[in-house]
Write a protein that binds this ligand. Sequence first.
Ligand code: CP
Ligand code: NVA
Length: 309
Amino acid sequence: MLKGKDLLSIHDLTSDEVMEILNLAHELKAKQKAGIEHHILKGKTLGMIFEKSSTRTRVSFEVGMYQLGGQALFLSNRDLQIGRGEPIKDTARVLSRYLDGVMIRTFGHEIVEEFAQYASIPVINALTDLLHPCQALTDLLTAQEHKGKDLKGLKMAYIGDGNNMTHSLMYACAKVGMNFASASPKGYEPNAQVVANAKLDAAQSGSTIEILNDPFEAAKDADILYTDVWASMGQEAEHDERVKIFKDYQINNELLSVADKRAIVMHCLPAHRGEEIAEDVLEKNANVIFDEAENRLHTQKAIMALLMG
Ligand code: CP
Ligand code: NVA
């Protein structure tokens, strides 16, 4: 039962809860395509706190809430008193008196944890420096659409920076029995605690987690190749240096040649063509990549309906 809970990390969910989210997301997607009304959150409100930029998250949460019969409020830290130093713990308690749920996109993961500790309403992590669970759950949904509902035994290879996407994808794969391999330059590997947590989940679901430095070793026989930007939000000043360090970590045709012949390429977007992904590879996989973007809507509607319904 997800009702009333927070969604801060996929590691906190059981495998059954992950499947519950995916199953409802498929159902809501079908309903929306068929024009069947599904006002599960009629009269409810979601606050959307953004301390970082967003295109997909902002629009998909707001539209999703509307399609569920509720209303979303965009709350930028430039306008909230948080931006002038009002404590998180006070903001959390105040907003809990008005809203039925809140989603937060911020820097430190401890900020959403503190918010959730003080809030009495469900809190959804809409990206922190550590995790991006809504995107990784969406990626499972998209993988199911392109590779079949049962993801057990498939291999996902993540190529590039060991960042928030790497962490959440690792957690997501471990929950559904998908094998996961990442390849990052030395010093840019994923967080050791996240890897240790994911390995515990993987042992339960019978899958494997491999943290590597060689992109070709990671990509070998992979069913899904995944990448994300080399410099995340907040790391803009490191961009030029990172481009040099990550130059051998691009998803291109050479890397794809060692993956499974039917491999698909995924990207959470926004993409930097010619950096983490070659232009032709992105365009050849545009059907998958823009399905991923669309599926943010359906997956987050399922999350909101289950947490706030
Ligand atoms: N993938 C993703 O979260 O995109 P936005 O930054 O545009 O929300
Ligand atoms: N790793 C990226 C993901 C953007 C959706 C970032 O944090 O900027």
